[in-house]
Design a protein around this ligand. Structure first.
Ligand code: G3H
Length: 478
């Protein structure tokens, strides 16, 4: 109907002076679903100026009051889970039930963050000088955590609400202001979520939401001199952001090639159900999805059969109907996935199902006998396509995992806990899950990637700490 969603600045909903909009294509219908404002660089300057000044008084607002507002926003968000979930379904084709779960999880995350912030920011340290050689007890050192200033949050399309609040809530509880740049797919869900913060009554200018094309305002935002911290989740754009950003703390989570190492003694039914959940939920569009199965040759046939049987039961179709497999986010993403599949085909991988695609909808596909010369052995499909590499030793599995440029998570299946721990220690990833598929949550667990998978650690506590600096005051006695 031509309506363009407004952006959020100075506590108000505004139309951009650009007169331009950005279209959000529904991945299932491939038609324009919504439009958002294409904000200008001047509008970015304005929100930065407002964020800087609003932060000064926010930092002086008592911690319990900041927490109270966050709890309020969390409650409003949960009350509005249905319309927000509906926009997730339309914008990113996330199955309806999972969309509701994302919103509820986000409300819980905000509340947890408020509680955690009250505890960890309500405490400081007291140090005495005479523990260091050569000193008498003449210096008392008091430490506290102070905010950084303006935090820029850039979440990805796959969790536009949840990965936005996982940045917003820690930033705000710690006394920072927040500028949000939503992903294009997911922007409307983000705007609805921001409206919940608006209704909670946060001060004007403290939170802003700028929409537009990354190619037009992306660099301008990330290189803006007013920004004191960037929290980004997404693809390898994060690598270029890191190179261009100034001397500010960065929190980057940039995808992975999470390996699932399966030993001979593993419970293969447990492995198979975790491969389905880990590899195919939200059609594989999770940074923590299982992206390569490394299974011992002796149990590979049995495992592949079990997984095949479960793949056959996955439903494929519209997110509105809660199908397991839905359209991937864009045509270019579907083309990329298809490229990986065709490369594997040319090089002789075994197709456990027939490859099928309609528009952006790709049927779930397990590729057996994948070898290291195939692109899919290394690249991240971000789609419902999973390669299986057969290994002859645990070392071969560990070596494959560690040869990746990614290092987000991994998992190992075995009944031998001693072996599992040794393998976990040997895997160069931020997290290793023993006997379960990789996952970020519960959201207070530390979440981090090694190598090209990221910088800094997330999870409620680590995010609050990352978005603060330590300040010390030293009392000198005569
Ligand atoms: O896509 C990246 C997310 O951080 C993964 O979160 O493990 O809860 O799906 P998840």
């Amino acid at each position: 109907d031509g309506e363009v969603y407004k952006y959020y600045s100075d506590g108000e909903w505004k139309t951009s002076s650009s007169g331009k909009s950005v279209a959000i294509i529904n991945p299932s219908t491939r038609k324009t679903q919504y439009k958002v404002q294409a904000c200008t660089q001047e509008e970015v300057n304005k929100v930065m100026e407002l964020a800087k000044s609003a932060q000064k008084s926010w930092a002086k607002t008592p911690l319990w009051k900041r927490a109270e507002l966050l709890h309020k926003a969390a409650a409003i968000l949960k009350d509005n889970k249905t319309p927000i979930a509906e926009s997730l379904v339309k914008e990113i084709a996330k199955p309806a039930k999972d969309s509701v779960t994302e919103v509820v999880r986000s409300g819980d995350l905000i509340s947890y963050c408020a509680e955690e912030g009250v505890r960890i920011l309500g405490e400081g340290k007291f140090l005495l000088s005479d523990s260091f050689p050569g000193n008498e007890r003449t210096k008392y050192c008091l430490t506290s955590k102070i905010p950084l200033g303006v935090v820029l949050a850039i979440p990805p399309f796959n969790y536009p609400v949840n990965l936005a609040v996982s940045k917003i809530a820690p930033a705000l509880i710690a006394g920072n202001s927040l500028v949000l740049k939503p992903p294009t797919q997911g922007a409307v869900s983000c705007l609805h979520m921001v409206h919940c913060f608006h209704l909670a009554g946060f001060p004007k200018g403290l939170i802003s939401c700028i929409t537009g094309k990354g190619s037009e305002i992306g660099d301008f935002l990330t290189m803006h001199p007013a920004v004191n911290c960037i929290s980004f989740t997404g693809g390898d754009t994060g690598i270029s952001i890191s190179k261009k950003a100034g001397m500010i703390p960065l929190q980057m989570e940039l995808g992975g090639k999470d390996a699932c190492i399966v030993l001979e003694d593993a419970d293969l039914d447990l492995v198979a159900s975790n491969i389905i959940k880990g590899g195919f939920s939200y059609s594989g569009q999770r940074c923590t999805a299982v992206k390569v199965v490394l299974v011992m040759e002796s149990v590979a046939d049995e495992l592949v059969e079990k997984v095949k049987a479960k793949v056959a039961k996955l439903t494929v179709g519209p997110p509105e109907e809660n199908c397991d497999i839905t359209a991937v986010v864009s045509e270019s993403s579907a083309n990329f996935i298809e490229g990986l599949v065709m490369d594997a085909k040319d090089k002789g991988a075994t197709f456990c199902q027939e490859y099928k695609r309609e528009g952006n909808l790709i049927w779930p596909l397990l590729l057996d006998n994948v070898r290291p010369d195939m692109r899919i052995a290394w690249e991240e499909p971000f789609g419902p396509v999973l390669p299986v590499l057969r290994i002859n030793s645990v070392e071969e599995g560990i070596n494959h995992c560690n040869a990746s440029n990614f290092g987000l998570q991994g998992c190992v299946f075995t009944k031998d806990i001693n072996k599992a721990i040794l393998i976990s220690d040997a895997m160069e990833t931020g997290t290793v899950q023993i006997n379960s598929a990789p996952a970020r949550g519960p959201d207070h667990f530390p979440f981090q990637g090694l190598k090209d998978s990221g910088i800094g650690s997330q999870g409620v506590t680590n995010s609050i700490n990352l978005m603060t600096k330590v300040k010390t005051t030293v009392i000198n006695l005569p």
